[in-house]
Design a binder for this molecule. Structure first.
Ligand code: ATP
Ligand code: FE
Length: 355
């Protein structure tokens, strides 16, 4: 099958063409138009600006994706579109575009949960066998999932407040670093001492896989305020030490709960145990290193798909479409865009149906 994927749930307008069968797929093209420049002046994504930009760029990204794949709409078997969760204006733009294309061409349409797209990325990048353990760690999300199948996700736990990417972005702002905060903090941390500040590892002793990052952010704020000099502001070394200590705390929290999640996952005795990460924070080498080490201790293969597939893209949506096509019927014109859309087995029935 050859699917056209459409993604517009946050601040990236994306389209892609993916060909293959479940577990054996190739991206023929993947076009991402980032809106970073449009939102830069506002210090965060502005929903109205995002929605308008998606509406303006969806058609050109689809044309570009088809062109780069070297096929026309007549070479496409179905359309997969993100129908939630996300900023509603953007999700609506994508769903409308998919409905229009589907109505005009008669192609079947699949509404895909954005989180299912992230969670199924290892199927596209490496054909990883079910069940695998997934840590989805991005700007908006943080959760441990056992992926049993294309529409069966078992949520083991996740953040009860901020997502780690959000924490990186906020702490970067506190330290006077640029956005996005993740790469800025990672870079400056190389010059810093990760042991100088003992920032909290919240919920460490609580059973289960839940995490919390908002207290960590407050702790960095307090430590900063103690150090800020009325004349010179924050000294460079203090800035680097704060960043490195913060990054180490995020790593330790994620690694600690990964151990719990791995225990639970291994109790299923999977044939080829694999721990995968997805989401923008997976780019962080300190965090990645920690996850790799803990996987090794459990004798589990660790896998991080290429970064272009870990951050928002439409290839993961098309791939999820190929996976789900094999197990369910397409959606009809009643497919709705949803701002919130959980991803666990209890809610599997609502996965793509949008109802
Ligand atoms: P979601 O996918 O949950 O809707 P999103 O689209 O904002 O959220 P991604 O594009 O997956 O998330 O990732 C962006 C986030 O990843 C940002 O918060 C950014 O700071 C963070 N990030 C990127 N690179 C790094 C890094 N090297 N270290 C830590 N965080 C990083
Ligand atoms: Fe995402």
């Amino acid at each position: 099958k050859t699917l056209l994927g459409i993604e517009s749930s946050c601040d990236d307008t994306a389209a892609a063409v993916v060909r293959g069968v479940p577990g054996e797929m190739t991206a023929l093209s993947s076009v991402v138009y980032a809106q970073t420049d449009l939102h830069a002046a506002f210090g965060g994504v502005v929903p109205e600006i995002a929605a308008r930009a998606h509406a303006e760029r969806l058609d050109v990204s689809i044309v570009a994706a088809l062109e780069q794949a070297g096929i026309g709409l007549d070479g496409i078997d179905a359309i997969a579109v993100t129908c939630g969760p996300g900023l509603i204006g953007g999700v609506v733009s994508g769903v409308m575009m998919a409905k229009g294309l589907s109505a005009a061409t008669g192609l079947p349409m699949y509404g895909v949960n954005h989180l299912a797209g992230h969670a199924l990325t290892p199927r596209l990048s490496d054909g990883v066998a079910f069940p695998y353990l997934m840590l989805l760690v991005s700007g908006g999300h943080c959760q441990f999932l056992i992926v049993h199948g294309p529409d069966r996700f078992e949520r083991l736990g996740g953040t009860i407040d901020d997502a780690p990417g959000e924490a990186f972005d906020k702490v970067a702002r506190l330290l006077g670093l640029g956005q996005p905060g993740g790469p800025a903090i990672e870079t400056i941390s190389h010059e810093g001492d990760p042991a100088r500040f003992a920032f909290p590892r919240p919920l460490a002793n609580k059973p289960g896989c839940d995490l919390s990052f908002s207290g960590l952010k407050t702790a960095v704020l307090r430590a900063r305020d103690d150090l800020v000099d009325a004349q010179d502001g924050l000294h460079e070394q203090d800035q680097a030490d704060l960043a490195a200590s913060f990054q180490a705390a995020v790593r330790d929290s994620l690694v600690g709960k990964s151990a719990r999640a791995l225990e639970r996952y291994l109790s299923l005795t999977p044939d080829t145990p694999t721990f995968c990460v997805a989401g923008g924070v997976a780019a962080n080498m300190t965090i990645r290193g920690g996850l790799e080490t803990i996987s090794g201790e459990f004798g589990v293969r660790f896998l991080a798909p290429p970064l272009a597939l870990c951050t928002d893209n439409a290839a993961m949506i098309a791939a999820a479409g190929i996976e789900q096509m094999a197990v369910r019927a397409p959606d009809d014109m009643s497919l709705s865009a949803r701002p919130r859309m959980p991803l666990d087995m209890d809610s599997a029935a609502m996965l793509g149906s949008g109802k």
